[in-house]
Write a new protein. Structure first.
Length: 239
């Protein structure tokens, strides 16, 4: 799957889940970003490449089997979220574009970083590019009072979905903070079930890091008992 987006007015080709020896089409572009698998192309020059670790969950089984694979404490939190009345909606590309969900997601993403005292970068242009080729999924978890607790976004390949972004909508009240944690876990599980119905077999957690700053996020992802997997990335310019 690939699409062309613009950054600072420059057309860039984003390539996802490509076969290793598949050639890059440099028509109308001079630069390409390759995600997930190593690529070999004599017409392009690899400007930069790197390797990363991720976790991948098998979601080809039944929802009951998927849930049973999680750690017991996680299963309890997911069930608690359901009992508390937390709900989930999953949107495909056409609905996302029609209902302007990307703008709302992007605003929440920027606000999350602002609340942490950091400067966030807009993700809207990349999400629009993925949505326009029909490969974007965005899911939203709602608290019982109807307020949004969390967003997730995914890029969808033939048999695999990769988590791109997660946004938790912070609340000051201790009770709501706890519920947002439950909602985020329920949302991942419901995402898996929804993606499975779309023919996806593998759920990629979007990377993990052993860096101390990321250890809490990595520990959270490990609760779902995914398997470690290597991914490859590169930036390619026209040869």
């Amino acid at each position: 799957m690939d699409f062309i987006r613009k950054k600072w007015g420059v057309p860039i080709r984003d390539i996802w889940f490509t076969n290793t020896h598949e050639a890059v089409d440099f028509s109308f572009i001079n630069i390409a970003y390759n995600f997930y698998k190593p690529i070999v192309d004599e017409r392009g020059i690899i400007l930069k490449k790197w390797q990363s670790q991720t976790l991948v969950s098998d979601i080809s089984k039944t929802p009951e089997e998927i849930l049973a694979n999680f750690k017991s404490r996680l299963r309890n939190k997911i069930r608690r979220a359901t009992r508390e009345g937390i709900t989930v909606k999953v949107f495909e590309s056409r609905e996302i574009l029609k209902n302007n969900i990307i703008s709302e997601f992007d605003a929440a993403y920027m606000e999350m970083y602002y609340d942490k005292g950091q400067k966030g970068k807009s993700i809207a242009h990349r999400l629009y590019g993925i949505a326009k080729v029909g490969k974007l999924v965005i899911s939203i978890a709602y608290l019982p009072d109807g307020t949004i607790a969390a967003y997730h976004s995914y890029v969808i390949g033939e048999k695999i979905a990769r988590l791109l972004h997660t946004v938790s909508v912070f609340r000051e009240e201790p009770e709501k903070k706890m519920m947002i944690g439950w909602a985020n876990r329920l949302l991942h599980f419901k995402d898996m079930c929804s993606l499975r119905e779309r023919g996806v077999s593998f759920y990629d957690w979007g990377g993990v890091s052993r860096d101390k700053k990321m250890e809490n996020i990595t520990r959270f992802k490990e609760e779902f008992n995914g398997q470690e997997h290597k991914t490859f990335y590169s930036v390619i310019i026209r040869g």
